[in-house]
Write a protein that binds this ligand. Structure first.
Ligand SMILES: NC(=O)c1ccc[n+]([C@@H]2O[C@H](COP(=O)([O-])OP(=O)(O)OC[C@H]3O[C@@H](n4cnc5c(N)ncnc54)[C@H](O)[C@@H]3O)[C@@H](O)[C@H]2O)c1
Length: 448
């Protein structure tokens, strides 16, 4: 009788041990997400905080059949680096150290930050590669100078190598937590490495700072992930470079508040064949991210990232009667009094049996960076794992963490959080040569 596991695809990876220190370099190190992440890890290391929301720290993974009751913690099952192995660094256009920046971000309480002051003060951002041409509502003094974008890339490459050497690091992950840049479409300059490098030398306008960081990270043989909706590494030139250099990459845009809710709810509605006529999402947000997104050019990048989710989950081409008429609208309003404590409203107009209409309202009072910080930790640890397992190019199994997951040419991204979670866990099982879990389980029907 068929079980709910399959061993057909069984293969064990040769995963190198996570020995030594793991560097984490963050463009946007002084931002709300980065400082909440770094201070959070320091609090966890001190035993004064818990890693709630982190799959690598709190999640379990079922192995074998349901009857075997074998569900170890993920971190005990597969070789992950430990929080105590992480060494943080990064770049920001503001020179504030991590303690000052975390205080300004206003996400974590001052009492907690005071207990971490000694560790956080030591973390000072390096000069950033930045241009207001790509982020209109932001300016700061801690910025590199260079005649061409290639000169700037070379400075970043030097920063990365020096950081690695000075801290005696074995391995490194670079993760963009910088602001959202203006909307840029993939262009010819992004199509091959040759054209991209020529573009760097000629200061091509379609190469924004986030791409220069991605190039520097991958060129030096380090994993790169993108937490913002910017195109960044999601172009053939850089994905191919990642494959050539044997480096894993992932993106784009952390899936945290409203989109997390969407990708939890929409697959459920679809699985029950309930129709959706409209989905109106609005937010008020008062942090620096909100201020940057107040500029229509940066908002366009975010909007594109947020809008893709529903059409991919609902597949209107397969279910025109249920989803073809869906009107999807997303608004983000900058409202300073709220700070990082975003409030999101969703109004969903659905219809059921015989077309009768119904409504769902969601009012999510969330804390943006509190939701993002555990994602950053998981991505760092999983990208490092991928790197040690010899996986390169786009890591689709990490789609779980992104609003707008990167995928190979010709594929549509998987947005359904339940499929994403199954895919992630099956990838971990696969890496360790364990049976994959299909949830079929006909053999259990005979249990008495
Ligand atoms: N839940 C979330 O908070 C969430 C969810 C999804 C995506 N994001 C994205 O993550 C990013 C960070 O969010 P945040 O709330 O921390 O924003 P933030 O504005 O607090 O931090 C961004 C930081 O990036 C810095 N920066 C901008 N351009 C830079 C550059 N070229 N080089 C180095 N530093 C640069 C800024 O000075 C700032 O300190 C944003 O792009 C945001 O859209 C956040």
């Amino acid at each position: 009788m068929a079980t709910d596991t399959t061993s057909q695809e069984k293969k064990k990876f040769d995963i190198k041990k996570p020995s030594g220190k793991l560097g984490v370099l963050i463009p946007g190190m002084g931002g709300a997400v980065s400082t909440t992440f770094i201070a959070g890890v320091e609090a966890i290391k001190k035993g004064i905080g818990r890693p709630i929301g982190s799959l690598t720290q709190m999640g379990t993974i079922r192995l074998g059949k349901r009857t075997e009751s074998n569900s170890p913690l993920i971190k005990d099952f597969i070789e992950l680096a430990k929080c105590s192995d992480l060494v943080f660094g990064g770049w920001d256009i503001f020179p504030d150290n991590c303690y000052e920046a975390a205080l300004k971000a206003g996400v974590l309480e001052k009492d907690l930050l005071l207990k971490l002051k000694k560790q956080l003060e030591k973390k000072v951002p390096m000069k950033a590669v930045f241009s207001r041409d790509y982020i209109k509502n932001l300016d700061g003094p801690n910025v590199k100078k260079g005649k061409t974008k290639m000169h700037l890339a070379e400075q970043l490459i030097k920063d990365i190598n020096t950081f690695k050497k000075d801290n005696g690091l074995e391995r490194l992950v670079v993760l963009w937590c910088g602001s959202t840049e203006i909307f840029i479409k993939p262009a010819d300059v992004h199509s091959t490495l040759e054209k991209f490098e020529k573009g760097l030398k000629e200061n091509h306008k379609d190469i924004p700072p986030s791409m220069i960081y991605a190039y520097a990270a991958i060129k030096t043989g380090n994993a790169y992930a993108n937490g913002a909706p910017n195109l960044s590494v999601d172009v053939p030139a850089l994905v191919n470079l990642a494959k050539e250099k044997n480096v894993p990459t992932a993106g784009k845009d952390f899936k945290t508040g409203q989109t997390l809710m969407k990708t939890i709810l929409a697959p459920g509605l679809k699985s029950r064949m309930l129709g959706v006529r409209g989905w109106f999402s609005t937010n008020i947000l008062g942090n620096r991210d909100g201020e940057v997104l107040d500029d229509p050019y940066s908002f366009k990048t975010k909007e594109e990232s947020k809008l893709g989710v529903l059409s991919t989950i609902f597949q209107p081409h397969l279910y025109p009667e249920l989803y073809d008429q869906l009107y999807h609208k997303v608004r983000i309003n900058y409202y300073p009094p709220r700070g990082d404590e975003k409030e999101a409203w969703d109004n969903i107009d659905i219809f059921g049996w015989l077309g009768y209409p119904m409504q769902i309202k969601i009012n999510f009072l969330c804390r943006d960076s509190i939701l993002a910080a555990p994602i950053v930790l998981d991505l760092v640890l999983f990208l490092d794992l991928a790197q040690r397992a010899g996986l390169d190019g786009i890591q689709e199994w990490l789609s779980f963490y992104f609003k707008s997951p990167m995928v190979g040419k010709g594929l549509y991204p998987e947005h359904d959080i339940f499929i994403q979670s199954m895919k992630l866990k099956n990838t971990l099982r696969y890496m360790k040569g364990e049976d994959l879990i299909t949830h079929l389980g006909l053999d259990y029907y005979n249990l008495m």
